[in-house]
Design a protein around this ligand. Structure first.
Ligand SMILES: NC(=O)c1ccc[n+]([C@@H]2O[C@H](COP(=O)([O-])OP(=O)(O)OC[C@H]3O[C@@H](n4cnc5c(N)ncnc54)[C@H](OP(=O)(O)O)[C@@H]3O)[C@@H](O)[C@H]2O)c1
Length: 340
């Protein structure tokens, strides 16, 4: 006996990956519904060998459905997540709407799986921001060994983090550079993204940081440890899929780079590729379609007492969104909503 599963936002970047990953990991599905907005009614999406036709989320009845994976943005989530939750269907939400609500668990299964027990508070579980998810997978095992005091991170985030429209903008602007007859002004991004980098993701906060940077701070504290101090600079780069992060970590205790490498090699969700030779590290293009958070360039930072620097790359549509959501569904199934 399996679950009746809903994917809301099934025509989007994350929703399509959710369907792929549910099928790849053979999540026990008895019935599946692919939902999107009315304009996509009947659009075909793949689920393993099957083709599903999307239904209208607005008229969907959640009664009798077990789990709904949401990837529709905060505005629409505000309307539809309570509708699903009130009907007894547990929502696993990818938007930022519920992440900072103390009643709602924010989960990365490799880091804080026990938080799943609190799903009953509101029948909603939040999935973190893509940049946070991969970073805490890397930090957790190191924190367990040497207690992290402070993290300084610079991100290099792909355009797929801004949805289908973000990918289209990079594609169209890149073509326009070679064919200058067509002009593609910035719409989704603040400046031209093709052949450029943009040090702004999401809106500015009062203190001069951006909301994306604030999210990394707040979410790391909620998922990993409120005592960990984080400062982030989030940058959009002209890469289609795969987020990269340069992470500098300061610990309470000394941690040798070889021991850090050994710890990470044994850690769930992590793949260490770290050869000190040209090309002996992972770049975003190599992580696409993979489940792992790849760690490279692990080295001592001798400018502080107990410091390590590393390079961290992951598929933002997978570990940063769809994979993490499906892992939460698996956790929920194994611990809370047992069937069969
Ligand atoms: N991309 C990432 O790396 C990432 C990572 C973590 C979290 N997230 C979050 O995941 C969510 C989806 O992101 P995405 O990248 O997949 O965006 P996307 O490619 O733009 O897709 C958006 C999806 O939401 C649906 N949708 C939007 N408004 C709707 C409404 N009012 N009613 C029903 N369906 C609606 C769209 O349906 P139509 O096609 O019918 O418009 C589409 O299926 C966002 O909250 C985003 O912040 C994304």
């Amino acid at each position: 006996m399996g679950y009746r599963v809903v994917v809301a936002g099934a025509t989007g970047n994350v929703g399509r990956e959710m369907l792929n990953i549910l099928a790849e990991r053979q999540f026990p599905v008895d019935e599946i519904a692919a939902l999107a907005s009315r304009k996509s009614l009947g659009t075909e999406v793949s689920f393993g060998d099957r083709t599903l036709k999307t239904k209208d989320l607005d008229t969907f009845d959640f009664e009798g459905w077990d789990i709904a994976l949401f990837a529709i943005g905060s505005e629409a989530t505000k309307t539809y997540a309570p509708r699903a939750a009130n009907a007894g269907c547990v929502v696993i939400d990818n938007s930022s709407l519920y992440r900072y609500d103390p009643q709602i668990p924010l989960i990365v299964p490799e880091v804080n799986p026990d938080a799943v027990e609190h799903y009953r508070n509101k029948m909603i579980i939040a999935n973190p921001n893509c940049s946070t998810a991969q970073m805490v997978v890397a930090l957790k095992p190191l924190h367990d060994r040497a207690r992290i005091k402070r993290v300084v991170v610079a991100t290099y985030q792909s355009v797929s983090g801004a949805g289908k429209e973000g990918m289209d903008e990079l594609w169209d602007q890149t073509k326009a550079v070679y064919n200058p007859t067509s002009d593609v002004p910035p719409k989704k991004f603040q400046k031209q993204i093709a052949f450029n980098v943009i040090p702004q993701i999401d809106v500015f906060m009062e203190d001069g940081s951006t909301k994306e940077e604030w999210k990394m701070v707040a979410e790391t504290k909620k998922i990993l440890d409120p005592a960990v101090r984080v400062t982030a600079t989030c940058v959009r780069v002209p890469v289609f899929v795969g987020h990269s992060e340069a992470i500098n970590i300061e610990f309470d205790e000394f941690l040798d780079e070889d021991e850090a490498r050994d710890i990470l090699r044994e850690s769930p969700g992590v793949m260490v590729i770290d050869k000190r030779e040209p090309g002996g590290y992972v770049t975003p293009i190599e992580c696409v379609g993979d489940y792992a958070t790849f760690i490279s360039r692990i080295r001592q930072d001798s400018t502080v007492e107990n410091g390590i620097s590393l390079w961290c790359v992951s598929d933002n549509l997978r570990k940063g969104a769809a994979l993490n959501a499906v892992q939460i569904a698996e956790l929920l199934g194994n611990r809370m909503l047992k069937k069969g």
